[in-house]
Design a protein around this ligand. Structure first.
Ligand code: CU
Length: 136
């Protein structure tokens, strides 16, 4: 009986995995405001970031304005690329938070929500991740 339940659970997890990670790309190319800052507004929810591909210019300050979509599930955003001047981990709330940094190196830097509930799939594996593209 225990084996049977395990098999059902594995089947469900397998199905969930098959449907995960097919989030459509939502691309945002940041403009440089009159004050020389690139402002990006981003929302995180189940289980996505919108936008999930953000393009910014190198060596220009960035303000990432992040907030959480309605709902009780906790989310965060983390990007660890200290070699490029980008290193943050912030929880998301209904109030907008501003994350400031200046990217110092071109490249593609992945960000994600690191939350995971018990043995369920991580938010990242369910699609809550994205890419910061730093360009010339
Ligand atoms: Cu999350």
């Amino acid at each position: 009986m225990r084996i049977g339940i395990l098999a059902v659970v594995m089947l469900l997890v397998g199905c969930a995995a098959a449907f995960a990670d097919q989030a459509a790309e939502k691309r945002f190319v940041a403009a440089i405001d009159a004050d020389g800052v690139q402002r990006v507004r981003m929302t995180g929810g189940e289980y996505y970031f919108d936008p999930n591909v953000v393009v910014v210019k190198v060596n220009v300050p960035v303000e990432l304005h992040v907030k959480k979509a309605d709902g009780v599930t906790p989310h965060n955003i983390e990007l660890k690329a200290p070699e490029a001047g980008i290193d943050f981990a912030e929880s998301l709330g209904s109030e907008e938070k501003i994350i400031s940094f200046t990217p110092t190196r071109t490249g593609s830097y992945p960000f994600e929500c690191t939350k995971q509930f018990l043995f369920f799939e991580s938010h990242k594996d369910r699609g809550m991740h994205g890419m910061l593209e730093v360009v010339q």
